[in-house]
Design a protein around this ligand. Structure first.
Ligand code: MN
Length: 239
């Protein structure tokens, strides 16, 4: 009898606690950390499992949590998709720029990588655009590697499609990206972005950023890059 009363009391207490938590917790439509589309070990040997786990579960998770922490002060964040936010980032303070950018950048980063041998190849139309703007795939990669190696400090290297239809290689500082309406950002549609922060490679490569960049090409998920290119209108724009 006493035991049953105890259990009932405990259950009532739990129910009250749950109600209280629901009342104080932020509404459910906050920004969310997407799961990795593969296991943390799937990108080895180019990127080791420990780096992937820390990068996704701690770094990316922190960007999401810190972005959500801004919602109370900036409730309009609730009305914007993560992608739409990038194009209006200038209307928000630095914390939204850094963490909103960090969330978008990493979400694309996981998506544009695939286990070695599973990333496919550029589509015929992407290949054609790459050849038109860089001479060859190797020419594009060479320019990308150069820009990525030259980024001082932390940031990202990008293959973008400019509003005029041309492909270009760019780089952004910190967690900025080519969707942002910031004067120092060259705007365009990001097709492929590489994380150049030391947290992305330091455990395995230490200061050898060029080795990380070279190994990373083995992981590019061309199927996803093709999809992003097709979404921009696909066919090369004639001048
Ligand atoms: Mn990162």
């Amino acid at each position: 009898m006493v035991k049953r009363l105890l259990v009932r009391g405990l259950l009532n207490g739990l129910a009250a606690l749950l109600l209280l938590l629901t009342a104080v917790a932020p509404a459910s439509a906050d920004f969310a950390l997407p799961p990795l589309p593969y296991g943390p070990e799937a990108l080895e040997p180019a990127i080791d499992a420990t780096t992937m786990t820390i990068h996704h579960d701690r770094h990316h998770a922190a960007y999401v949590a810190n972005l959500n922490a801004q919602i109370q002060a900036h409730p309009e964040l609730k009305t914007l998709s993560l992608e739409a936010l990038q194009g209006r980032i200038s209307q928000f303070p630095e914390a939204v720029r850094n963490n909103g950018g960090g969330h978008w950048n990493h979400s694309q980063f996981w998506a544009v990588m695939a286990p070695p041998g599973q990333g496919g190849a550029p589509s015929a139309s992407l290949q054609q655009a790459i050849e038109a703007d860089f001479g060859s795939l190797e020419g594009m990669q060479e320019q990308f590697n150069k820009v990525a190696a030259a980024r001082f400090g932390s940031g990202w290297a990008w293959l973008i499609r400019r509003p005029d239809g041309q492909l270009a290689i760019t780089s952004t500082a910190n967690q900025d990206n080519p969707l942002m309406d910031q004067p120092e950002v060259e705007q365009g549609t990001p097709l492929l972005g590489l994380d150049l922060w030391e947290h992305a490679y330091y455990l395995h490569y230490q200061n050898r950023r060029p080795d990380y960049i070279a190994a990373w090409w083995e992981l590019v998920n061309w199927s996803e890059v093709n999809r992003r290119f097709a979404a921009t209108g696909d066919a090369p724009v004639k001048g």
